[in-house]
Write a protein that binds this ligand. Sequence first.
Ligand code: TRP
Length: 329
Amino acid sequence: MEHKERVLSGMQSSGRVHLGNLVGALQNWVRLQDKYDCYYFIADWHALTTGYAKPEVLKESVRDLLINFLAAGLDPERSTIFIQSRILEHAELHLLLSMITPLGWLERVPTYKEKQLELKDRDLSTYGFLGYPLLQTADIIIYRAKHVPVGVDQVPHLEISREIARKFNNTYKEIFPEPNALLTEFPKVPGMDGRKMSKSYDNAIYLSDSPKEVEQKIRTMTTDPARIKRTDIGDPELSPVFQLHKVFSSKEEQAEVAAGCRTAGIGCIDCKKILIKNVYTVLEPIWERREKLISQPQRLQEIADQGTQKARKVCQETMALVREAMGLY
Ligand code: TRP
């Protein structure tokens, strides 16, 4: 069998999956399946680091994320798909790595302070939240994965992962390769208000939205604020609708709507109709697969069970080496 390099990535199960997650992460993960030995997981412990006060939503988020993984095209025949909290070895490695991780390294990670400011409604002065990047490090290096496809926002987490792997290797034994971020080239998908698409901004289009909801969301988007009447000319660069065209429409269509906007040749509704059609093209196969998966809870269980078993085996091998290296009895 040809040897493929290992890729690993995870997604936190803390809410619904939107077009930004799809284009920025999942579609890329799908493409990597041919070339690499891929491990993809649902980070439900990470969801608890900020969402610990709401355990009642967790199970449903995990199930929905699993459905979206598969609906987006992750293939359990080719990729190992699993749930973080089912593999206790991740927690064991997290604990053992905590022995060698200086507090300063964790406090320095920019997302630590940023998120605390952003999520002011919760108390994030917890040990688990500080340890977020360390748990992520354990997630990655336990598979001795070389490549980690992530967005730029995750680069500081990968940096600390490399530092910790290096420190482990120097202190004990050369066990862990230093993981690299495999950066997703895709531009940030803007939300309906032009800011980055994010569930915390309430500006997202979700994979679980119905066709009607998607249509409604796009139809009510703001455009160039200076274009009030149909006969006013507009600047497409000032319209969030055009920003979405850049992600979902062909070059020809982009040129056509841009020219139409600048000359008042087309109205905003016509411009939006083209966008709706193209977003539908992306979402229709996903909607179909979602529907089917929702009606097969048994199959979902099986996929999660099989992936978890396969992933656990890899973790057990690594942990045997780690326990030995750290002098455990
Ligand atoms: N921090 C990642 C996110 O916010 C989720 C994650 C957890 C992850 N563990 C990981 C990503 C390991 C890559 C590798 O989406």
